[in-house]
Design a protein. Structure first.
Lengths: 422, 250, 321
């Protein structure tokens, strides 16, 4: 076996985050020879910085079905890798205004209509389940017992472990410098370690994915956005059980889940920090990102957190985690090819849902690459849905629309797409 | 009571530090700068002293350096310092220079307590507080992990190699903050906004009557290669031999 | 150059680190055809003086007022010794004792000081020092522009001096109690029981992961090895999650970020969340029973094996020393 001279594969995957690792594993399960090229270390980008919440009930029934199927994949993965990935805490949505209460009612109706396990829960019961949360201003809540979170680090190592067992080759510290295209067909990529050749290349570069698309002269409508969450240290006065439900509180733009005896709380702020990945240093390390003590986004995060968890304030011992997310103009992922280059597939941009979408997205990508189709109705996340659409061609326009999407992510009232069961 | 907190602007050392090709310094392009973490602990402690005290306590943050140091003073203000002074100086400074400038500044401001980080995380010298105490002829308590107020002085718990040492010092005094003294707060939105509007006093080292004469001269820097060796050893004995003979560890 | 070594002692003999300082001073004295002396400060120093005189000529400042190492008094006496006897170089081992006292003495003696020296050389006859910056990521070469030059050296960089065949002379130095500062009062030293250094500051960190089954085993294996190496203990998030270790131990993205000279990962798989907290360590050792564990990818030295077998063996070797 001479690995160094054998740089040819069936599929090359650019990016060793959860999207790329899941796709690699699924392709290997179907007998493909796969090489994953990672610029630093596996999972050291957005994947390693994520909170990993899994809320299966989305705006469409199809999306919900995909996430539920993804969870089956995770269960299988846990068995094969021998690690706990999924922590089934259940999840709550809470409302303090009539609009938000209406939103919850519609979601519950929609969930029930597709057979998803969700129901209204009384405020008293909410208070009982989350004694560390302020509940006296709530007017509506719903509970999904099968939600929870995926532990990002464990997920990364499980994809890696199972993939490795299936023969996937992982090249770390190996950034892609060029995409090789001949006659409109992708042939491979160029790296400091030489060329790698394959008839199929998958761009799973997360926040860098639009730059990879640029290398192939394609326009990928994504933008990179800073995100912050806090993790409190365990406080004996406010114990947070390991299986306390996750909470989504869209009025205060925040989400929360338990973590190591403390609480993770993150927000979708209305003035996010914008990043131009091309301007960051070549060896930029997302895991070294930090927030200053007088960071306004952190102050806002703590302020909003305090509205719902009054015991948390600026002086609470906590860690602030910050990283870069990838957003699209409509907040949905991008999966599949663009028309310009044959064999180049895009798979990223899960708008803060990369961890929970990765199990099913890997499967979908493998189906698209090998069969040209998937059993899911993928219209809402096809990579080419903005192709040729006016207003989505220039980087400045794309960026503006992505930032607007992020800013309104929790701000706007979600309209559930109610499906009536036949 | 007046508490003076000297603030140092340092690169965030969790980032990769790169040395310029000619070895004359580090590459600062794109490198985030922060308030020296030990100085942030000193600020936090001063704020707690102010909160607990029945007397009026004024917390003044002071930084020595070029205009950009204003950012770190704003951080200290946002955390809750009452006032800030930028002691303008473009020369590069060693601990002796900083101690001389701070002595002159203390002569004007007349603090009862100078609370500072035990070391800057950039040059890791850990000298300035002690030199300053010597120049002022004040008592010192370095590496503090606990500070208590007594009638006329302080009772300070110090972290030493031998264990926790408790000393009492009279005021005025210099105390340097160790890691376990406290966990600094984040600034609130209102205090960040207030800090942005605050006027930062400015004074020059010349106005303070200090001439900068370096004692510690930098001849050159080299990066320490951080490549992993990735050696698989077959036994514990082999591991211990490697650690002792090749790495000079243990 | 005439060098003076500030010797740290425990009341019986001088500390090992001070013997490294003697070795450094000897090297400089040889290269400059100079001489060395050491000074002892404290009270009831007969035994210590005996010990110290096997390494260098000794000056003894023995006085009840110097019973405890209080910085303002010690610095004053050191400054007096240096002024009266005219040394070119003052050196001590970089311990908290010297880090407290020597910069204060430097403040009294003109301020030319280099801390934590790990090497030295002569450039055109001028003594230059090498010392780490940025937690060891960078090494600087520096020189000092005034006399005396004051340095602390890292004991790990200079092997301890051996005893001379013949005992050296002892001179006592008269301490003027009236001139000593009296603004500091030593109250007590609470010596360490299992008071390990803080994980973010320790030179060596021993860290445990999922491979450690319970708190008792953690204390026995991770804690046991840490104590013998004067190291701090850390853990992966998995152990904090399982309630085996307190949250303060957690090394990783949502815990502490560490950069010690040596990081020993015991039974840690090396999830990204953990690597984010320790990847800046100078040297990483990993012991794990899973040969595929990602920790091996960031380790300098990897040993595949059971921590329950290997760590007790390691501890036994250290005990046997």
């Amino acid at each position: 076996m001479n690995e160094t001279n054998n740089n040819t594969a069936d599929v090359i995957i650019i990016g060793g985050g959860v999207a790329g690792l899941s796709t690699a594993m699924q392709l290997a399960m179907r007998g493909q020879r796969v090489i994953v090229l990672e610029r630093q270390r596996l999972g050291c980008g957005s994947s390693g910085r994520a909170a990993g919440l899994l809320g299966q009930l989305r705006g469409t029934a199809e999306h919900t079905r995909m996430l539920a199927d993804g969870l089956e994949i995770v269960m299988e993965l846990e068995k094969r890798a021998g690690v706990e990935i999924y922590v089934k805490t259940g999840s709550l949505r809470i409302a303090e205004t009539p609009e938000r209460a209406q939103e919850i009612q519609e979601l519950v109706a929609m969930g029930k209509s597709i057979g998803f396990n969700i129901d209204h829960i009384s405020i008293a019961e909410t208070a009982r389940r989350l004694p560390y949360m302020k509940t006296d201003d709530l007017i509506e809540a719903c509970y999904s017992p099968t939600d929870g979170h995926l532990q990002p680090a464990e997920l990364v190592s499980a994809y890696h472990k199972v993939g490795k067992g299936l023969g996937v080759r992982y090249e770390i510290n190996c950034p892609v410098e060029q995409v090789i295209i001949q006659g409109g067909q992708v042939k491979g990529v160029k790296t400091p370690r030489g060329e790698f050749h394959a008839p199929v290349v998958v761009n799973a570069a997360g926040p860098w994915s639009y730059l990879v698309a640029d290398l192939a002269k394609e326009t990928l409508p994504t933008a990179a956005i800073g995100h912050y969450y806090l993790t409190t240290r365990p406080d004996p006065d406010h114990p947070v059980d390991r299986l306390s439900p996750a909470v989504r509180n869209r009025h205060h733009r925040l989400y929360t889940r338990p973590e190591s005896g403390g609480l993770i709380v993150g927000i979708y702020e209305d003035e996010p920090v914008e990043y131009d990945m091309e301007k960051l240093p070549k060896d930029f390390d997302m895991s070294a990102m930090k927030a200053g003590r007088d960071n306004l986004n952190v102050a806002l995060l703590i302020h909003l957190t305090q509205q719902r968890f009054p015991w948390i304030n600026e002086r609470t011992p906590m860690t602030i985690s910050t990283g870069i997310m990838t957003f699209t103009p409509d907040g949905k992922g991008l999966c599949g090819p663009l028309p310009e280059v044959q064999g180049l597939f895009h798979c990223s941009c899960c708008s803060g849902h990369g961890i929970m979408q990765s199990p099913i997205v890997g499967k979908v990508m493998a189906d698209l690459i090998l069969d040209g189709k998937t059993k899911y109705d993928l219209e809402f996340m096809e990579a080419d849905r903005f192709h040729d659409v006016p207003g989505y061609q220039e980087r400045a326009d794309i960026k503006r629309k992505c930032y607007e999407m992020y800013a309104s992510y929790y701000g706007q009232v979600e309209k559930a797409n109610v499906v009536v069961k036949h | 009571m007046k508490v003076l907190i000297p603030i140092k602007r340092v690169p965030d050392t969790d980032q990769k530090i790169q040395v310029k090709p000619d070895g004359s310094g580090i590459v600062t392009d794109g490198l985030p700068f922060v308030i020296n973490p030990f100085d942030a602990i000193a600020v936090e402690e001063a704020l707690r002293i102010r909160e607990k005290s029945t007397d009026t306590v004024e917390v003044l943050a002071a930084s020595i350096g070029p205009e950009v140091c204003e950012q770190q003073l704003r951080t200290a203000l946002a955390m809750g310092a009452d006032n800030a002074t930028l002691i303008q100086c473009d020369a590069s400074l060693d601990p002796w220079n900083v101690a001389c400038v701070l002595r002159a500044f203390a002569g004007r401001y007349q603090p009862d307590l100078i609370l500072m980080g035990k070391q800057g995380v950039d040059d890791d010298l850990s000298q300035t507080g002690q030199m300053l105490a010597a120049l002022l002829d004040w008592p010192q308590a370095t590496f503090a992990s606990k500070i208590e107020f007594l009638g006329s002085g302080l009772r300070v718990t110090r972290e030493t190699d031998a264990g926790l040492e408790i000393v009492r010092v009279t005021l005025p005094a210099v105390v340097t903050a160790d890691l376990r003294l406290n966990e600094p707060r984040y600034a609130s939105m209102t205090s960040i906004m207030k800090a942005r509007k605050k006027t930062i006093e400015r004074i020059t080292t010349t106005e303070l009557g200090v001439t900068i004469e370096p004692r510690l001269q930098l001849l050159g820097l080299e990066a320490v290669p951080s490549r992993r060796k990735s050696v698989r050893v077959g036994s514990l004995d082999e591991l211990l031999v490697k650690l002792r003979a090749e790495e000079k560890l243990l | 150059m005439r060098a003076l070594i500030i010797c740290e002692h425990d009341g019986k003999g001088i500390r090992l680190g001070s013997r490294s300082a003697v070795a450094f001073a000897n090297a400089v004295a040889e290269e400059t055809r100079g001489s060395i002396e050491c000074v002892l400060l404290g009270h009831s120093l007969a035994a210590v003086t005996q010990d110290a005189s096997t390494y260098a000529p000794v000056l003894v400042a023995d006085h009840p007022a110097l019973e405890n190492p209080v910085a303002d008094r010690y610095a004053k006496v050191i400054a007096d010794v240096v002024r009266q006897r005219g040394y070119d170089l003052v050196v001590a081992a970089a311990t908290t004792f010297a880090k407290d006292i020597l910069p204060r003495a430097a403040g009294l003696l003109g301020g030319a000081m280099a801390s934590e020296v790990i090497g030295h050389e002569f450039r055109d006859g001028r003594l230059c020092f090498r010392r780490p910056l940025f937690a060891g990521a960078v090494v600087a070469t520096v020189a000092l522009n005034a006399k005396p030059q004051i340095v602390t050296i890292r004991p790990s960089a200079y092997p301890a001096a051996s005893a001379r065949p013949e005992r050296c002379g002892v001179t006592s130095f008269a301490v003027d109690e009236a001139a000593l500062p009296k603004k500091t009062e030593f109250e007590v030293l609470q010596s360490k029981l299992s008071n390990r250094p803080d994980v973010t500051e320790a030179r060596i960190v021993v860290s445990g992961g999922r491979g450690i089954k319970n708190s008792e085993d953690f204390e026995r294996l991770v804690g046991g090895l840490a104590d013998r190496l004067h190291a701090a203990t850390g853990s992966s998030r998995a152990l904090v999650d399982a309630g085996i270790t307190p949250n303060a131990f957690q090394v990783g993205q949502t815990g502490k970020v560490v950069a010690p000279d040596l990081y020993i990962a015991l039974g840690i798989s090396g999830a990204v969340q953990h690597l984010a907290g320790m990847k800046n360590s100078k040297t990483v050792v990993a012991i794990n029973s899973d040969p595929e564990a990602p920790i091996f990818e960031v380790a300098d030295y990897g040993l595949v094996g059971d921590v329950y077998e290997l760590v007790p063996q390691w501890i036994a070797r250290l005990n046997g020393k």
